[in-house]
Ligand binder design. Structure first.
Ligand code: NAD
Ligand code: UDP
Length: 339
């Protein structure tokens, strides 16, 4: 069976490609490398022994999508391609709407034209309304996003839902990721942020490697046990396996389904720092600074639906996430560009 993976060279896409190949699927990638490196494909090959088929192109280019669907019998599409930097989306909202929604619309159009009926979409916990009470379940209120990136996920879900309903025989999974971190245990693929990392784990890794002096912790006056923000961190390999489970699910279920992918456990920023220090035996200097605008105090998922309906559960813990993220960072101090 062949799977088309948009954005397959990126952080989550590359880990998912590995698990797809491990499961015996043939993988076709479309990526324009706007936020990734071609070298991640060599690494996928090093891990699995199989080089994925690559189309270096923008997903918004419907002629390339038609070419792909013409040349390959694609059973299911996993749509990772998108821009994801929250701050940048505030500064350049139109770029985000154009890229993230344009690629989703082009993909749905091409799927419709070529009778491809299965789609898995990378959505995010950021679609939950700021007034929703954690743990978030798939029925929790959504909307009221605090930045254009979040809205692209909210509208992306809606576009796909409407397209699927109009077709009637599509099988669609909208996967809302919590906080993906960590790396493949080989240390060959991992997260490679460009510039100053926005997210906690890559920032900690760069402090550990000496590339940054200290971590700024954004607020210690939240209503949480130690005052710092709480998130549901999920190992990227568990997340990748969630996509494999979604393919199985879509082969038996028509219509659209929403699943939260997280561990169901929330950890604070300080717990993350302490765990990283203990597991890797490295000190992480930090300073408490003001809150980051738009941040929630607490975000974690209810896992009932992903466990009961999708039949998937995360198995790796915070220790694994910290160990594997550092292993990747140590082996690739400058990410893929150092190769
Ligand atoms: P990433 O930036 O590492 O990967 C995205 C990939 O898509 C990159 O390889 C990039 O080059 C490619 N891409 C972007 N726009 C494209 C286009 N128009 N045409 C072709 N390729 C394009 O990001 P990631 O962390 O792997 O995230 C994958 C998906 O999951 C994204 O849609 C992201 O919004 C979503 N998501 C990520 C997180 C997270 O914390 N990493 C959380 C929730 C949801
Ligand atoms: N955070 C922090 N310093 C950083 C980056 C993040 O204190 O340099 C905190 C942030 O305020 C939040 C948690 O770490 O409480 C996770 O942030 P991240 O950006 O990784 O994920 P998101 O906020 O998007 O869930």
């Amino acid at each position: 069976m062949k799977i088309l993976v948009t954005g397959g060279a990126g952080f989550i896409g590359s880990h998912t490609c590995v698990e797809l190949v491990n499961r015996g699927y043939e993988v076709v990638i479309i990526d324009n490398f706007v936020n990734s490196s071609k070298r991640s494909l060599d690494r996928i090959c090093e891990i699995t022994g199989v080089m994925p088929i690559l189309y270096e192109a923008d997903v918004r280019d419907e002629s390339v999508l038609s070419e792909i669907f013409g040349e390959h019998e694609i059973d299911c599409v996993i749509h990772f391609a998108g821009l994801k930097a929250v701050g940048e989306s505030v500064a350049m909202p139109l770029r985000y709407y154009e890229n993230n929604l344009g690629s989703t619309i082009a993909l749905c159009n091409a799927m419709k034209r070529n009778s491809v009926k299965k789609l898995i979409f990378s959505s995010s916990a950021t679609v939950y309304a700021s007034g929703a009470e954690p743990p978030f379940s798939e029925g929790s209120p959504t909307g009221g996003c605090t930045n254009p990136y979040g809205w692209t996920k909210y509208f992306g879900e809606q576009i796909i839902r409407d397209a699927a309903r109009a077709e009637g025989d599509w099988s669609v999974a909208l996967l809302r990721y919590f906080n993906p971190v960590g790396a493949h245990k080989s240390g060959l693929i991992g997260e490679d942020p460009q510039g100053i990392p926005n997210n906690l784990m890559p920032f900690i890794c760069q402090v550990a490697s000496g590339r940054r002096e200290k971590l700024n912790i954004f607020g210690n006056d939240y209503p949480t046990p130690d005052g710092t923000g709480v998130r549901d961190y999920i190992h990227v390999v568990d997340l990748a396996l969630g996509h494999v489970a979604a393919i199985d699910y879509l082969s038996k279920n028509v219509g659209e389904s929403v699943f939260n992918l997280g561990t169901g456990k929330g950890y604070s920023v300080l717990e993350m720092v302490k765990t990283f220090e203990r597991v890797n035996d490295i000190k992480i200097p930090y300073e408490i600074v003001g809150r980051r605008p738009g941040d929630l105090a607490v975000s974690f998922t209810n896992t009932d639906r992903s466990a009961g309906v999708l039949g998937w559960k995360a198995t790796l813990g915070l220790d694994d996430m910290c160990r594997d993220a550092w292993n990747w960072q140590k082996k690739n101090p400058n990410g893929y560009s150092g190769l």
